[in-house]
Ligand binder design. Structure first.
Ligand code: PAF
Length: 280
């Protein structure tokens, strides 16, 4: 695995690959890699000749009271895991490589960035869209791979690609779960032992709501309310539990066939997100 710390070397390696007719897939990450990230690498490997993984804890997607400083940084372990998965190139830029002090441009996907997680985390999705757009420009991959656990993030990126005519094929990879159903996330490390036992109930609530919809229950507002109440009873502080169209995340109507249920809730101080998607 080639490890690259600067943009010049990154561009040189990738342009040499491209001159040799090789296709490139990019899996952007913030490190602290778990099996979900390695699944991204494997999916990328099936689609392209060369796989690039970036690790960059992106400051602009964290709010001022969020966990940027304490976000787990496990560079040595991450390098070993990626080498074992036969990653071709690991891009490890510094903050100053990525953001010049006089930068004036950001990317924001309007509307989509202000709902659900965007409502609770103002500026988050603009930070994500901006870094992802920059990584796309730096790596110029043919394919980009993202986990579907962050379904709203995936939709923001899908919309950015469409709106800015970015010539990249986007691949969404199913959420990797623990055997108890808990979606893998670097932030699960923040959970206490007791919270860890409760955490799978977020996915259980999503499954119950999906079953109700598949059984023909049409009062989505009632299903959402019941799910939030049952999460509260378990000890969660729900942020949102929303039944949406999986195409654009608008509130689902009876006419919608492709659905996603998005949920976010806090357990103690840890904010968990998850979703379940299906077609009627
Ligand atoms: O999903 C993540 O880990 C991050 O939001 C991403 C896409 C790497 C951008 O920093």
């Amino acid at each position: 695995m080639i490890i690259v710390n600067n943009i010049l070397d990154l561009r040189a390696t990738i342009s040499a690959w491209k001159q040799n007719g090789l296709s490139v897939a990019l899996a952007p990450t913030m490190g602290n890699l778990h099996a979900g990230h390695l699944k991204l690498v494997n999916s990328a490997k099936q689609k392209a000749d060369k796989v690039v993984v970036s690790i960059f804890v992106n400051p602009t997607q964290f709010g001022i009271n969020e966990d940027f400083a304490s976000y787990p940084r496990t560079e040595q372990e991450d390098q070993l895991k990626l080498a074992t998965e036969n990653t071709d190139l690991l891009f490890l830029p510094t903050i100053t490589d990525i953001y010049s002090a006089n930068a004036l441009t950001t990317v924001k996907v309007s509307g989509l960035s202000d709902i659900y997680c965007g409502a609770s985390r103002p500026g988050h999705f603009s930070g994500v869209a901006t870094i992802v757009c920059k990584l796309f420009n730096l790596v110029q991959p043919d394919i980009a791979v993202f986990g579907l656990k962050d379904f709203q993030q995936f939709t923001v990126i899908k919309t950015m690609i469409r709106d800015l005519n970015i010539p990249i094929e986007l691949l969404g990879v199913d959420t990797q779960r623990e055997s108890n159903g808990l979606a893998m996330s670097s932030r699960n490390n923040y959970l206490t032992d007791i919270e860890r036992q409760l955490a799978p109930q977020l996915y259980e609530a999503l499954g119950i709501a999906k079953t109700a919809i598949l059984a023909g229950q049409h009062s989505y507002a009632t299903i959402e309310q019941q799910a939030k109440q049952s999460l509260k009873n378990t000890g969660f502080t729900p942020d949102y539990f929303s039944i949406c169209s999986s195409h654009d995340l608008s509130s689902a109507t009876k006419q919608d066939k492709d659905m996603v249920i998005l949920a976010a809730a806090k357990l103690g101080t840890t904010r968990l997100i998850d979703n379940i998607y299906f077609s009627l």
